[in-house]
Design a protein around this ligand. Structure first.
Ligand code: MG
Length: 359
């Protein structure tokens, strides 16, 4: 190549770089702010090799609630509150195509969560079709589970993404067939009495011991191909794992409830029972001293005391034991076989009164 030709080529190249620079700068400036949901042009995280793997299942901390210890699904339900069809085998649970999500019986708000998962080997499918599941905090905010080892997909949908919102900082996936871990710190969103959002949910995620999400503000429920605004919901809701048609496994799942200022009930169990289970408690209960009406609306049980407190939401602590957060009252339904015979009520620790079910 002649000198003049080289100079012309360099000039052309420098012009190209000059003219490309603003475009490049523009792409960088939009990072994290205005990418379209699932934008295939969004840069993918760098690949990092994690330490390990550690094949031992470590013990849970002493104050943790063990949600799954490898033996059974007693702390888990199908989404409607019925028995889940997920498989339990050799110390893990595995999603079953068509069985639907599996969710905890207990509801959680602010929490520290430990989950171990394994995507299938040999891997099948590609992009979102390979080893897809998900950890849904409060049943609606997904930390994506995907086989992102040598599997290209859109950045905000790969493993450790806050689905459709935030790609992980790095891709720290292990190979399919190897156990991986999530350690998640989650702060539930806060709503005022009018149902307006006061504070969005905040999440930090470590995958295989490496930070992938650093205290990010979740923008609303995570969805496929769309942005959804927050809708008010209770302070505690079940944690769920997704059935996306791939046999993804989970083991060693534990959670620590985090105390929240002004919420003395933070450590009190709150079970989310199915509509069918709650329906049988609906009715009128009477004693010589008065009557209590139990009603059900939108999956929430309420107690109504004529002349006293009315419409108090009841929170389940077991399948028969309930409490109110807003008045100091405890409730216990008395069963006769499967039928409900009575309700016992203890207001302000003054002793239990029994009311017979009359309607
Ligand atoms: Mg998923």
């Amino acid at each position: 190549m002649k000198n003049s030709t080289v100079q012309t080529a360099l000039l052309a190249l420098s012009m190209l770089m000059f003219w490309s620079a603003p475009m490049w700068a523009q792409a960088t400036a939009t990072d994290g702010a205005s990418w379209r949901v699932h934008d295939w042009n969004r840069p993918r995280p760098a690949i990092v090799t994690p330490a390990g793997p550690d094949d031992e299942v470590g013990p849970a901390p002493s104050d943790a609630i063990v949600l799954f210890d490898g033996t059974d699904l007693s702390n888990w339900r199908a989404m409607d509150g019925g028995t889940s069809r997920w498989i339990v085998k050799d110390g893990y649970m595995e999603s079953v195509r068509g069985a639907g999500y599996v969710r905890t019986l207990q509801g959680f708000g602010d929490c520290q969560l430990h989950v171990e998962f394994m995507t299938p080997t040999p891997p099948e499918g590609d992009s979102q079709g390979r080893g897809n599941s998900g950890v849904f905090l409060m049943g609606r905010y997904e930390v994506q589970v995907l086989d992102s080892y040598d599997n290209v997909t859109y950045a905000d949908g790969q493993c450790s993404a806050i689905y459709g919102q935030y790609p992980p900082q790095v891709n720290v996936c292990r190979k399919p067939g190897e156990w991986q871990s999530y350690d998640i710190i989650f702060k539930a969103p806060r709503f005022n009495a009018a149902g307006e959002l006061l504070k969005p949910a905040i999440i930090t995620v470590m995958q295989n011991g490496v930070l992938t999400q650093d205290h990010v503000e979740i923008k609303g429920p995570t969805n496929w191909c769309s942005k959804s605004p927050y809708e008010p919901h209770p302070g505690k809701l079940p944690l769920a794992f997704q059935d996306h048609g791939n046999p993804v496994r989970y083991r060693n799942v534990w959670v620590r409830e985090l105390p929240a200022t002004g919420r003395p009930d933070a450590y009190r169990a709150e079970l989310i029972l199915g509509q069918g289970q709650l329906q049988k408690y609906v009715g009128v209960y009477e004693s010589r001293g008065g009557r209590v009406r139990i009603t059900l609306s939108d999956g929430q049980l309420y107690s109504n005391h004529p002349g006293g407190s009315s419409g108090q939401p009841l929170y389940a602590e077991s399948e028969t034991r309930f409490y109110s957060k807003f008045v100091d009252a405890e409730y216990e339904f008395v069963l006769d076989g499967d039928a409900v015979r009575a309700i016992k009520v203890d207001v302000t620790h003054g002793g239990w009164s029994e009311y017979k079910k009359v309607e």
